[in-house]
Design a protein around this ligand. Structure first.
Ligand code: NAD
Length: 271
């Protein structure tokens, strides 16, 4: 199999660095270009040296145009605005685009989706391989067990996280609702305090814990009378997202245009 040539956008960021490290230790792919924001202090540095894996002979540039015509796929963890613009550049260059950036508005998602008419785009707010399996398991278990099983989604993150519940917890709630064929909006319970009364059958509850340096724990609990099934994922570091992103970039090789998810990459969607 020919080597897959990759580029990284947002190379100076935490995820960009993790992706560069992941590429450097993955057989079958090679980093050919890296860029970050104009004015960033990482510009001109060697991407490998900056990411702590030794020189890769790839200078961090301020524009993806410099390398985008010479690569097979680009991996981007940057800002929503940059991601929308760069998906258009990828479409013009005919290179696949793996998008880990979060926080895109619906309109920005629609603009990004335009590019998917001409190239494969893999877009996932959580690139962890195991978390994406947890989504699929949650959907499946919830479709099998009736609503005599109460569903609760529990998450814990470090003390500095500012939003709650996490996007992944919401995604798990959505997967549980899809499994039951109901709307999450109509069944979600985000807070309980004081005299709440008994739990309503069919509720999908959320609980949020914050503390210390926890990278991200998620549990989905299916609780019935006399038994309880718990699905649990524990993230220990950011490298898990980079691993998923590089796997997605390799998977994109030879794929036709379209908007894909990590479920497609993992073969969890019927083709
Ligand atoms: P970060 O702030 O450490 O890094 C972002 C980098 O993007 C910075 O170096 C910034 O200079 C660069 N950047 C911004 N605009 C740019 C542009 N126009 N061109 C090139 N580079 C540009 O942030 P991070 O923690 O690495 O996260 C980046 C994004 O990835 C966020 O949206 C975050 O929520 C998301 N994220 C997604 C996953 C996932 O699994 N999908 C996992 C972790 C983080």
């Amino acid at each position: 199999m020919a080597e897959i040539k990759l580029g990284v956008i947002g190379a100076g960021g935490r995820m960009g660095c993790s992706v560069i490290r992941q590429i450097s230790k993955t057989d079958g792919c090679r980093l050919l270009g890296a860029c970050d924001l104009p004015g960033s202090k990482v510009l001109g540095r060697d991407a490998g040296e900056f990411a702590g894996v030794g020189e890769l002979d790839v200078e961090i540039q301020d524009r993806p145009e410099v390398f985008i015509n010479h690569i097979d796929a680009v991996i981007e963890f940057s800002s929503p605005e940059a991601t929308v613009k760069n998906s258009g550049l990828s479409a013009e260059a005919g290179c696949a685009h793996v998008i880990g950036t979060t926080g895109l508005t619906r309109d920005q998602e629609l603009s990004m989706g335009q590019a998917a008419h001409s190239i494969p785009i893999i877009y996932a707010p959580n690139m962890s391989l195991a978390v994406n399996i947890l989504f699929a398991l949650t959907r499946q278990v919830s479709s099998i067990l009736g609503d005599e099983f109460d569903i609760e989604v529990l998450e814990m993150h470090h003390r500095n996280k500012v939003d709650a519940p996490s996007g992944t917890a919401l995604g798990l709630g959505r997967a549980a609702a899809e499994g039951r064929n109901v709307s999450l909006d109509e069944n979600a319970v985000f807070t309980r305090s004081g005299l709440t009364g008994p739990r309503r059958q069919g509720d999908i509850g959320f609980a949020t814990l914050r503390g210390g340096s926890v990278t991200g724990d998620h549990a989905v609990i299916f609780a019935a009378d006399g038994e309880r099934l718990e699905l649990f994922h524990r993230a220990e570091n950011r490298q898990i997202f980079a691993r998923g992103a590089v796997r997605a970039a390799i998977w994109s090789d030879g794929k036709g245009p379209g908007l894909y998810s990590m479920a497609d990459v993992l073969g969890l969607n019927p083709s």
